[in-house]
Design a protein. Structure first.
Length: 145
């Protein structure tokens, strides 16, 4: 598993202290994928937020690459928050290592440390807002061309 100090550099854990991260690490899972594998498949259930420790993935919808994510980026949060099927496929472009936090684990983190849970959710909301801004900018740039 990963060290708490290393997790502090990722936006999902911004503002969390080392001891808080140490307490929630047991709720996380370490996953590794080879290049060319689907981590999430569009239309399928997904109950995990994942963040990339190393590697690159493509976000694919209807066989169109929407964007790519790398170290520190999160994915899968939409399905965890709205409990709908996966909006897109996440395909590894390189060997990729992710840390995942399941819906069940999020509930356990909430029970164990509501402050820590609140910071994670606030960081997740900020990350989603930034991603939405970037997608808005791409849409405007596309429509202007």
């Amino acid at each position: 598993m990963i060290e708490p100090l290393k997790l502090q550099k990722y936006s999902l854990f911004g503002g969390l202290l080392e001891d808080q991260i140490s307490r929630i690490i047991p709720y996380m899972a370490d996953e590794s994928y080879e290049a060319g594998n689907d981590i999430i498949t569009e239309g399928s259930p997904n109950g995990k937020i994942r963040f990339i420790i190393n590697g690159r993935v493509a976000v694919v919808k209807h066989n169109v690459i929407l964007t790519e994510f790398g170290e520190g980026d999160t994915f899968g949060e939409m399905e965890v928050l709205d409990v709908m099927p996966s909006a897109a496929t996440i395909k590894t472009l390189t060997g990729t290592r992710v840390i995942s936090v399941s819906n069940k684990a999020l509930r356990e983190i909430y029970k164990a440390d509501v402050h820590c849970f609140s910071l994670i959710m606030m960081n997740l909301a900020r990350d989603l807002s930034r991603r939405l801004r970037r997608m808005d900018d791409k849409l405007v740039a596309y429509s202007d061309s």
